[in-house]
Write a protein that binds this ligand. Structure first.
Ligand code: ADP
Length: 488
């Protein structure tokens, strides 16, 4: 029953619940929305304040202009007391503008005269304005009466020969300004939320679009995690971030797929290589035990078994080396190594190898060459190449070793005239357990691991191995190593 239910641990809801996380799409939209709301709010407040300030400034400016005009007119009349309103209005046509009223106060603060458009109620002179008038300064002030729009007033003192004659006050209602600001505020209050909602919807949609490839990557990754390494992501756009992620992901899966295939191949090869000698040993032992036999038979079987055991130990040892090398646990020294001395030494050893089948191991041109590296590993490498050359030579054949210096490299060539390697196998011979059919037919010896180890050692010394070979004619393996800096 449990199997039939959906896996509760890999649903999105489960993942979000674990991390206490909201889906990225929601978070992106919320961040975006909050930022936008803050921007809109700041923007609206600033805009409103600036507009209100400049509207009020305009009113003050126009009041000031009107008041100055009145003062100038009074001056031309020689500051005579003004009693008759009609005479005054004919004197000062600029004071009849309907949107403004004016009053003229005596220095005691009582109204001497006022324009007709203020008759509904009294607008007395405020104390601060009166006090300021005695010091000769102009005062702007706002006044508010119940059920009426606020008023804006300017009071200008007229001083003649050091004494205060009158105070001219010009006022106007702020109704227009208030109305404009109210409408402006309304527009802001309606438009800002609409703009916010519209862009939140847009943001939600865009975040969804941008994140959709991430979802498909997740789904593919889940399938891959379930063991299906053939899965790939479709990439339409390969230049943007998602495209690059997709490509990287696909490359990674491709490499994983190859290395899993290699591991599978390797395990099956390894078990096969180990099973063969075991089968041989088991068969021979069972056969010889079936009935009593002369001692020589037992000796022969034990000798043959020993041979197989040797082979198996070699395989296991070589495998161990390769796996330690894979894990980076094999250390290589970095000492100067004189290759010509090493080669001479190996040649003596190799002569013994070839003795059985009368194969001569001879030295050709030997130039002195010093490289930096691990003498033991280099010896193992060269011995392996020479051993292969002897192994795959025909009886009474010849193996030549050359050591030359070319530019900044030492080139050590091991040439034989044996079975050769088909062209298409030149690369594969460095793979683990790879052996050509000819090689299997030619000799039982060999594990197919030797060249893999050689290639690893050459690589660890920043060098490589070249192969030239023709089936039936022989092979040349050339080890190319950089010379030690002092000798180069
Ligand atoms: P092996 O233990 O089988 O020699 P190697 O890794 O040393 O394993 O070599 C891999 C394969 O490369 C051999 O099985 C053989 O097919 C081929 N090979 C290597 N050296 C030679 C050579 N000198 N002549 C012909 N074939 C060779």
């Amino acid at each position: 029953r449990a199997g039939a239910q959906a896996d509760p641990y890999h649903t999105r809801e489960w993942v979000y619940a674990q991390g206490g996380l909201m889906p990225l799409r929601v978070r992106l939209t919320l961040w975006y929305g909050t930022a936008l709301a803050l921007i809109l709010l700041t923007f609206s407040v600033v805009l409103y304040t600036i507009t209100a300030r400049s509207l009020r400034d305009q009113v003050d400016e126009s009041l000031q202009e009107t008041a100055s005009a009145a003062v100038r007119s009074l001056e031309t009349r020689g500051f005579l007391p003004l009693i008759d309103e009609d005479a005054l209005l004919s004197q000062f046509p600029e004071l009849t503008r309907i949107d403004k009223f004016f009053q003229i106060f005596s220095p005691t603060g009582t109204i001497t005269i006022r324009s007709p458009n203020i008759r509904q109620h009294d607008v007395p002179l405020s104390r601060p304005a009166l006090e300021a008038a005695f010091t000769g300064s102009t005062v702007f002030e706002s006044a508010r009466y119940p059920n009426e729009p606020p008023l804006r007033l300017v009071s200008v003192p007229i001083i003649y020969r050091g004494s205060l004659l009158y105070i001219v006050q010009v006022g106007t209602t702020l109704e227009g300004v208030e109305e404009t600001l109210r409408r402006f505020l309304l527009v802001l209050l309606v438009m800002a939320p609409i703009a916010l909602v519209v862009s939140l919807v847009g943001g939600w949609f865009l975040a969804g679009r941008a994140l959709r490839p991430v979802d498909s990557i997740t789904v593919a990754a889940q399938r891959i995690a379930a063991g299906d390494l053939t899965q790939r992501l479709h990439s339409e756009r390969s230049t943007d971030e998602i495209g690059r992620l997709t490509d990287t992901f696909n490359n990674m899966i491709a490499r994983l797929e190859t290395s899993f295939a290699q591991i599978r191949q390797f395990s099956s090869d390894a078990s096969h290589e180990l099973r063969t000698p075991l089968t041989v040993m088991k068969g021979e032992s069972e056969l010889v035990l079936r009935r009593p036999r002369p001692v020589e038979d037992y000796i022969a079987v034990l000798e043959s078994n020993l041979e197989e055991i040797d082979r198996m130990s070699r395989i296991v040892e070589e495998l161990l080396f390769l796996s330690r090398a894979d894990m980076g646990q094999v250390k290589t020294e970095c000492e100067p190594v004189r290759l010509e001395a090493l080669v001479e030494d190996i040649q003596r050893q190799a002569c013994l190898l070839g003795q059985e089948r009368e194969i001569d191991v001879i030295m050709g041109t030997i130039q002195p060459a010093t490289v930096r590296g691990d003498e033991l590993r280099l010896r193992e490498l060269i011995l392996n190449l020479v051993d292969n050359a002897v192994k795959y030579s025909h009886p009474r054949g010849k193996v030549e070793i050359d050591l030359r210096v070319e530019g900044a490299t030492a080139r050590l060539a091991v040439r034989d005239y044996g079975i050769g390697i088909p062209q298409d196998a030149h690369k594969q011979i460095f793979d683990r357990f790879f052996r050509t059919d000819d090689a299997r037919a030619h000799t039982k010896k060999g594990t197919g691991l030797g060249l893999a180890i050689c290639a690893w050692i050459a690589d660890a010394h920043h060098g490589h191995i070249d192969v030239q070979s023709e089936v039936g004619k022989g092979s040349t393996f050339t080890l190319v190593l950089p010379l030690a800096p002092a000798a180069a």
